[in-house]
Design a protein around this ligand. Sequence first.
Ligand code: R5P
Length: 310
Amino acid sequence: MKVFAGNSNRLLAEAICNYLNLPLGKATVRRFADQEIFVEIQENVRGEDVFLVQSTSFPTNDHLMELLIMIDAMRRSSARRITAVIPYFGYARQDRKPGPRTPISAKLVANLITEAGADRVLTLDLHAGQIQGFFDIPTDNLYAVPILSRDVKENYDLKNVMVVSPDVGGVVRARALAKRLDCQLAIVDKRRERAGESEVMNVIGDVTGKDCLLIDDIVDSGGTLCNAAEALLKNGATSVTAYITHGVLSGGAVARVTSSKLKELVITDSIQPTTAVQSAHNIRVISTASLIGEAINRTSQEESVSSLFD
Ligand code: R5P
């Protein structure tokens, strides 16, 4: 088995290698003067079981292209099997046609990864589980829930915790955590009037005096989260913390979170944290390296990956 990384999340790739007790494979991903990407694999991969770690996070198109070119380089170097390890799968929110004459970009990206030559995909908390079906190659979708629930148990008195979904679409994800923690569940009924804006409407459930834990897959602008936090506090919650798998945190999101009433935003390292994220007083990053490392190990040994979540 060999593990390589593009430029999107080298810190996580190194941590995964640390878990696996392997050196990170030698490869360079560089730019020509016109910004075309050039990849060179600097060690033999003939007959190897290769894992390429690359999140398709901002700048999404560059990181996606790096991944595609790395897969091509591996295929042409006779790797036996290539697994694209994509801790954050960008374009996932474009998983259906929102209107006439619009694309399904998540499917296009899945096609590109497959056509480039990936044999398998390993990813984490896909925005919608059915995106697995966009790939005609084996795709393992890992869940951050075990890592998040461990952190909750270490930091909260579960007797007073209420798990909250920030919108109706996230109820299944929030219920999974509530079940694991044996806690109650509430829902914020959000109505989005215009793309990029969110408006909180209603809290379903009694959150009075509760430590609320908002659960979601993505924090992007931070609007959904901060509006939900306001609504919960207005409805009598004692505190609001957010546990979100993918810290996309575009534009002014970090400033929005730091100036919000959120006690803490806990994200994973599926997207490499920026310096702004690292220095934010109420954002904490927890690592997925052991989870992803173990899934890589089991894939390589042809062992069960789903049993990681039993
Ligand atoms: C939406 O369906 C997702 O699960 C997130 O709730 C959304 O992407 C968060 O976006 P933002 O932080 O921009 O409100």
